[in-house]
Ligand binder design. Structure first.
Ligand SMILES: NC(=O)c1ccc[n+]([C@@H]2O[C@H](COP(=O)([O-])OP(=O)(O)OC[C@H]3O[C@@H](n4cnc5c(N)ncnc54)[C@H](O)[C@@H]3O)[C@@H](O)[C@H]2O)c1
Length: 419
């Protein structure tokens, strides 16, 4: 097995500084790492992780290593890797890493296989690509795998579909479904970092522009609110009446994409769905429209259709492809339609990843203790872990809250006391 595959080992020092910078905003993970160093709860565990290779992920890897795990890391998206972080993981922290920003699909899958060559007992995934390759192409390794974790909405949906088909061979904990994950990471993390990615890629003013958000789930709520905060006129598109209604009452204009396509200056998809912006939408867009995606896969925008409709395509700035249509209109696609917050920015701020990755670390520990009792299904993060992370996060922020009095506990548990 190759030991690692990174862009340039000489970038390691810059990566180390970036990892240390992120760590300052990750007090919960730091507390877990201190306990893991003392107790070594993961001693000897072989784990293969497929996560965005960022400074925050590096701090998770260090935490698992401190707990005694023998861990390797591969990227969960071809464009999300921070090459200096990958270099530091290998050279400073001695964690085998397979990830190069901008790698093609062949290399991406070669790296997934390299991570699986580690013969893992546990998997950690962000989007379920590792588990999918394991079940489709590396079934010989399945008998050795006892459990795994999954980071994102799209991965959890894929894994639940596998479990429903009786195709899943081991239990998985859905880290995404922890409240200390999606309430914060998907909403505030995606909200801020997606705006950051769009601004870094384009440097176009948002104030006064029409910004279309497709999908009003956890990510969409965060993004719509942050876009409004930048002074944009925000339009939301949805397919589910409930979040659509919520968007209306949160003060956004809601309309079908067919209408939004005509008026948008910016578009960003965050649905986890396919072809949300399609050929007939490009037909309607204004000259100069800027189109991005912050959902997990690059299928939300139908880029192959746009390629076919276009006379020319050129890279006009890093992460900005300009497509010129037959009638002269130009459509700009950011970051090849891949998660824009990771392609042109740095992903979520460390403070939210602190909670997401605290869930990862504690879920892995929980899985190791409990896998023999679990079925081949997708499980929620245990509520005690979720609450403990919220408590530690508040502690880390120096915020105290009230405690129920015995009288209040009694009242809240009784049905006799009424009007
Ligand atoms: N960019 C990031 O760093 C990041 C972080 C977390 C999650 N994600 C990804 O973002 C995506 C959304 O995650 P979420 O947690 O918000 O999911 P969610 O399930 O809470 O929300 C998705 C919303 O999209 C809506 N939707 C589906 N198809 C649609 C369509 N054709 N048009 C308009 N709306 C549509 C759904 O009704 C739903 O309300 C997933 O792919 C997830 O994996 C990305």
């Amino acid at each position: 097995m190759e030991k690692y595959d990174i862009k340039d080992a000489k970038l390691a020092e810059g990566g180390r500084l970036r990892i240390e910078w992120a760590e300052r905003e990750m007090p919960v993970l730091r507390l877990i790492r201190e306990r893991f160093t003392r107790e070594r709860p993961l001693a000897g565990l072989r784990a293969s992780a497929c996560l965005h290779v960022t400074s925050e992920t590096a701090n998770l890897m260090r935490t698992l290593q401190a707990g005694g795990a023998d861990v390797v890391l591969t990227a969960s998206n071809p464009l999300s890797t921070q090459d200096d972080v990958a270099a530091a993981l290998v050279n400073v922290y001695e964690i085998p890493t397979f990830a190069i920003k901008g790698e093609d699909n062949v290399t991406y899958y070669k790296h997934l296989h390299a991570a699986l060559d580690h013969n893992p007992q546990m998997t950690m995934d962000d989007g379920a690509d590792l588990v999918s390759v394991l079940h489709k192409e590396r079934r010989d390794l399945l008998p050795g795998v006892v459990g795994g974790t999954e980071e994102t909405t799209t991965g959890v949906i894929r894994l639940r579909a596998m479990a429903a088909d009786n195709a899943l061979n081991f239990p998985i904990i859905a880290v995404n479904d922890a409240m200390t994950k999606h309430f914060f990471d998907n909403r505030y993390g995606t909200g801020q970092s997606t705006i950051d990615g769009i601004v870094r890629a384009t440097n176009v003013l948002l104030a006064g522009k029409t910004f279309v958000v497709a999908g009003y789930g956890w990510c969409g709520r965060g993004l719509a609110n942050r876009a409004r905060g930048m002074g944009a006129n925000v339009v939301v598109t949805e397919v589910n009446p409930l979040p659509a209604l919520e968007a209306v009452m949160d003060g956004f204009r809601v309309m079908p994409m067919n209408e939004a396509a005509r008026i948008g200056d910016f578009f960003c998809t965050v649905t986890g769905d396919l072809n949300v912006i399609d050929e007939h939408h490009f037909e309607l867009m204004k000259d100069g429209a800027i189109v991005a995606n912050s959902g997990h896969f690059n299928v939300e925008i139908n880029i192959p259709a746009l390629e076919k409709m276009s006379l020319h395509k050129r890279l006009v700035r890093p992460f900005v492809d300009e497509y010129t249509l037959a009638d002269g209109r130009r459509i700009h696609i950011l970051g090849e339609g891949r998660l824009i917050n990771l392609a042109s920015a740095e992903g979520h701020p460390a403070s939210v990843m602190d909670m997401s990755f605290a869930n990862q670390a504690l879920s892995l520990e929980y899985m190791l203790k409990n896998y023999s009792k679990l079925e081949k299904k997708v499980y929620a993060v245990p509520e005690e872990i979720d609450r403990e992370i919220a408590r530690l996060k508040l502690d880390g922020m120096g915020i105290d809250i009230d405690t129920l009095t015995p009288e209040q506990v009694k009242y809240l548990n009784s049905w006799e006391e009424g009007t």
